[in-house]
Design a protein around this ligand. Structure first.
Ligand code: K1U
Ligand code: ZN
Length: 167
């Protein structure tokens, strides 16, 4: 297993649209293991392959308290969504920024597991929020893109100021 480097906003590679996985092999299983290790170490509750500069449709998630219920979604497709809710989100690619985003309250997503078998997941609460957040990463989108232009400008200058102070 290996820790992977997580790209940080405003890195343009985060804007890449991921391609579907077509080969379900040992290399893919290794990527999933490395992504899980990276997510747990961060720590985070989710990670999309885009964030580690791999532009394939791969997501790992674990919203359990004991960090023992990992979920891997490959080629996820949103089948149904219901209701709306607003939840505070963070992102390992936008460190230290937490903002409220409106999302669907419940989602049904179909995906493949690392062996290529198809399955369906019905989610609400943090799992539903996390699935939607990670699926946006695969489209080259960040949660801050959902905020007002004013909030986005404030976040950008906050991060720039932080970067200058770190130099
Ligand atoms: O995609 C990512 O960058 C991971 C992100 C997922 C996420 C969190 C909250 C709402 C929506 C999506 C994170 O995991 S940020 C870190 C975080 O929120 C967290 C870290 C440790 C324990 C619990 C939460
Ligand atoms: Zn994120």
């Amino acid at each position: 297993m290996a820790l992977l480097e997580v790209l940080h906003f405003p890195d343009k590679r985060l804007r890449t649209v991921a391609k579907p996985v077509t080969v379900f092999d040992e290399k893919l299983s290794q990527l999933v293991d490395d992504m899980l290790e990276t997510m747990y170490q961060a720590p985070g509750v989710g990670l999309a392959a885009t964030q580690v500069n791999i532009h394939q449709q791969v997501i790992v998630i674990d919203v359990s308290e004991d960090k023992n219920q990992s979920l891997c979604l490959i080629n996820p497709v949103l089948q149904e969504q219901q209701g709306t809710e607003t939840c505070e989100e963070g992102c390992l690619s936008v460190p230290g920024i937490y903002e409220s985003v409106q999302r669907a309250e419940k989602v049904i997503v179909e995906a493949n597991n690392p062996q290529g078998q198809s399955f369906s997941v019905e989610a609400d609460g943090l799992l539903a929020v996390c699935i939607q957040h990670e699926m946006e990463h695969l489209q080259g989108k960040l949660f801050i893109d959902n905020l007002s232009p004013l909030k986005q400008r404030r976040i950008r200058s906050k991060l720039e100021k932080r970067r200058r102070q770190a130099m």
